[in-house]
Design a protein around this ligand. Structure first.
Ligand code: NAP
Ligand code: G4F
Length: 348
């Protein structure tokens, strides 16, 4: 019987939240996976170490390469060496607030990084290689009316991060139109998990309130409590990335839950699940969450966590993905919070 050739995927951003879930998914689908990791002074592979520990090295199906999407030469060399069937570009300076502090760096990685990968595909004439761009709901930015946003909603980014993602989105569409590359955008709304970086708001709230409950921390200090987000689970969203590249043609897709919550409601839900009775006092920068049992302030607000320009409202209409990709979220925001709390409680 003829051996079926395994598909080969190259993941930029393998050490990140999404990279680790995508790698797990593709391994289950029998892919050979190559991931690109940038050099750092410490190992920084904790999200994929379990994959290394669990794989059968005789299978030779999981490889990590040093590289950096700020470096066109190494990016082109890796792509040339591997000649993958699918490239997932998940690499980015992905923190919106940080993009106000390091705008030029953010544009170099988050915007030009995607151009470097697409240029490599074009120069190397890899006509069969498919490209996935990790586009973001941050591109919508200033939303005029609070309706669910879809693939036709115009972009009005509110940070250099958002601007960089619009550049990468448009570059992806352009390389598709100009050079016939199978290049698709997943416009993913916020997605979280136990593996979320600790400075993103959901992880900060879950980690902080669990530590408050355990007596290890006095309070959690946040910024804008009234921002509205559509929070899904990263594990579900990794499935959408794969489906986007299996579709018969390249296209652009909104991936979301179509449910919204404020940051404050997220805090209330986490507190309730931890059996903390929270009451809110004060307004604006003076607003505080008080533990009714102890009278202690366990949530407060500091203006240092506000952004010069905020994205007030994000809720996504994923009906196109549901209809054509047969994708829908399997994990609710409520179950996501349970998963994050459970993992946090298991930390020593
Ligand atoms: P993340 O946890 O911050 O992961 C980002 C990845 O990019 C990490 O592996 C990081 O490496 C890598 N990276 C950063 N700079 C790099 C460089 N110069 N060269 C090579 N790799 C580099 O982000 P995530 O939540 O998994 O998100 C994945 C992608 O989706 C990002 O592009 C993000 O902007 C986008 N996105 C995320 C969401 C969301 O809600 N999570 C929504 C929409 C779009 P280190 O580990 O060394 O830092
Ligand atoms: O968790 P966040 O930092 O995520 P944000 O800014 O929505 O960006 C994330 O989602 C994007 C998709 O829309 C991705 F493209 C991007 O890579 C990233 O994954 O903040 C969420 C909301 C914001 O409105 C922020 O102002 O929470 C508000 N917030 C309130 N207090 C806070 C805090 N955000 C953070 N990070 N820290 C706070 O203390």
């Amino acid at each position: 019987m003829a051996k079926i050739k395994k598909k080969v995927a190259l993941i930029f951003g393998i050490t990140g939240q999404d990279g680790s879930y995508l790698a797990e998914l593709l391994l289950k689908k029998n892919y050979i996976i190559h991931g690109v990791k940038r050099r750092s002074s410490s190992a920084n592979t904790e999200r994929v170490d379990h994959i290394f520990d669990s794989i059968d090295f005789s299978n030779k199906n999981f490889f990590i390469h040093y590289g950096d999407i700020s470096d066109s030469t190494s990016t082109l060399n890796i792509i040339n060496k591997i000649k993958p069937d699918e490239i997932y570009n998940l690499a980015a300076q992905s923190h919106v607030r940080v993009s106000f502090d390091i705008p030029e760096y953010t544009a170099d990685i988050t915007a030009l990084g995607s151009l470097r990968i697409l240029e490599a595909i074009r120069i190397l004439r890899l006509n069969k290689t498919k490209y996935y761009q990790a586009s973001s709901s941050e591109m919508y930015g200033l939303v005029k009316n609070k309706k669910s946003l879809n693939e036709k909603t115009p972009f009005h980014p509110r940070s250099v991060y958002g601007i960089s993602k619009v550049f990468a989105y448009n570059t992806t569409v352009h390389y598709r139109e100009a050079y016939g590359i199978f290049a698709s955008n997943g416009i993913l709304f916020n997605h979280e998990s136990p593996r979320r970086g600790p400075t993103f708001v959901t992880k900060k709230i879950v980690q902080g309130l669990v530590r408050v409950k355990q007596g290890l921390q006095k309070k959690v200090t946040l910024g804008n409590l009234y921002a509205i987000r559509d929070w899904g689970h990263a594990k579900d969203y990794a499935v959408s990335m794969w489906k986007i590249l299996q579709y018969k043609k390249p296209d652009d897709w909104v991936i979301a839950t179509n449910k919204d919550n404020t940051v404050k409601k997220f805090v209330d839900t986490v507190a309730r699940k931890l059996d903390i009775k929270l009451s809110w006092r004060g307004k604006g920068i003076q607003e505080k969450g008080i533990d009714k049992k102890t009278g202690n302030v366990i949530v407060d607000v500091d203006k240092k966590f506000f952004r010069p320009t905020e994205v007030d409202f994000l809720r996504g209409d994923f009906s196109k993905a549901r209809k054509y990709l047969k994708w829908k979220p399997a994990i609710s925001t409520n179950e996501l919070i349970d998963d994050m709390i459970e993992e946090e409680l298991s930390v020593d």
